[in-house]
Design a protein around this ligand. Structure first.
Ligand code: NAP
Length: 250
């Protein structure tokens, strides 16, 4: 397969880290982007130790200037990026009557503004190469979820963004798709268990029972779906949303 330069946001841990490791194992040079460069360094070092190529980059995806300089740095040090995985995310859950405007803005800022800024910055390199893959992380919460008005709206927004990127960029050999995970065991779901006061083990057991496949998801399950959309073989698949949730979702 052709080796490309990939950027994975929020790749210090969880789904992003697993995706960065997977794309590196598939032969790509990977920019491990996260808020804090030192945190991203752990993922980059693990990739290097496994024989891959990675660069740790610190940037807030919601910050326009930081995004521009991060993408410039990746292009200069790893090569022009042709794969982008918009994975960085945060939760600020609360019932609507208790949700602050700050909670709303923070979630929109990282997920939607972040994916917009990163996609806009990276597409220039993809258009020049006449080849590109953009994968956005949505969620089953896009279908609606109690306590997540901000997150559900952002994750539904990621789907609209994905379809529009697919329509605008298709003529340049660029595809855009979304992966919408169900319950995945990461720091994010651990934080949710803590917030609602349920031991994480009980929270995992309940989620496993709810899923038709009888288990919760692992970051590697999501990384595998992302890797498919990033592959050469997926060039005719664009504007799609793939629910990876251990059972049907619509
Ligand atoms: P996670 O463990 O919380 O990791 C998210 C990463 O994103 C963290 O390293 C975090 O850095 C980074 N990040 C946050 N804000 C950022 C910003 N402004 N700029 C750059 N990086 C930033 O989350 P996860 O569970 O792996 O989830 C990854 C993605 O999948 C998210 O988009 C999430 O919404 C989505 N998802 C997850 C699940 C699930 O069950 N886990 C389900 C559906 C969808 P810090 O540590 O410094 O904050």
């Amino acid at each position: 397969m052709t080796s490309r330069t990939a950027v994975v946001t929020g790749a210090a841990r969880g789904i992003g880290a697993a995706t960065a490791r997977r794309l590196a194992a598939d032969g790509h040079a990977v920019a491990v982007l996260d808020l804090n460069e030192a945190d991203a360094q752990a993922t980059a070092k693990a990739i290097g130790a496994a024989g891959g190529t990675a660069l740790a980059v610190g940037a807030d995806v919601a910050d326009e200037a930081a995004v521009a300089s991060a993408v410039e740095r990746v292009a200069a040090e790893l090569g022009p990026p042709q794969i982008l995985v918009n994975n960085a995310g945060i939760l600020r859950d609360n019932l609507l009557f208790k949700m602050t405007a700050g909670d709303w803005d923070a979630v929109m800022g990282v997920h939607l503004r972040g994916a917009f800024l990163m996609s806009r910055a990276v597409q220039a390199h993809m258009v020049e190469a006449r080849w590109g893959r953009i994968v956005n992380l949505s969620s089953t919460s896009a279908l609606g979820n109690r306590g997540q008005a901000n997150y559900a709206a952002a994750k539904a927004g990621m789907q609209g963004l994905t379809k529009t990127l697919a329509i605008e960029l298709g003529r340049f050999g660029i595809t855009a798709n979304a992966v919408a995970p169900g319950f995945i065991e990461t720091e994010m779901t651990k934080a949710t268990a803590e917030r609602i006061g349920v031991p994480f083990e009980d929270f995992l057991a309940h989620a496993a029972k709810e899923a038709p496949v009888g288990r919760v998801g692992r970051p590697e399950d999501i990384a595998a779906a992302v890797a498919y959309f990033c592959s050469e073989d997926a060039g005719f698949v664009s504007g799609q949303v793939l629910y990876v949730a251990g059972g049907p979702k619509a």
